[in-house]
Design a protein around this ligand. Sequence first.
Ligand code: GRF
Length: 188
Amino acid sequence: MTRIAIFASGSGSNAQNIAEYFADKNEFSISLILANKPDAYVLNRAKNLNIPSFVFTNKEFQTSEIVINKLKEHKIDFIVLAGFLLKVPSNLINAFNNKIVNIHPALLPNYGGKGMYGMNVHNSVIENKETESGITIHYVNENYDEGQIIFQAKTLITPNDDAESLASKIHILEYKYFPEIIEGAIRG
Ligand code: GRF
């Protein structure tokens, strides 16, 4: 049984989608959902999904073992970042070497790095009149959005698109591909 933890900072629609995908796969368990904000809606989703959750502060995450200890307590084998906005500290990277994946709502290496999250990404893509965007799923290292890329999917951008319509197109790709790419990464 592979026990998976999901980290999120906000709504958690991807976290819910992933939990629903794995719900009937008895080789996997979404065993813990973690957030760095006590008011993150993902915590409501965890409660509704009957998945244990854990909230931590940015300071605790960066300077203590409290999160790693919680992951060990739940016997976590694999970590998924799904809308998680903090840089992962090296103690966690080292404890879960090549076992942390992230999804970014653009075609890395473009439109990545510090500050490039959520609507900031889509606004930049539209402002630059890109004709396509997409998602990138990658392993996580010490730097924002720089780990080995596992998968990318693209969507075309039409002149009628704005940041909001692009965000919707990106979410469709995320919900379609992220769970199966996670499963593939775990199976190796
Ligand atoms: C998604 O667009 C994801 O690509 C990015 O943050 C957003 C999270 O959305 N990393 P949600 O919290 O899963 O709804």
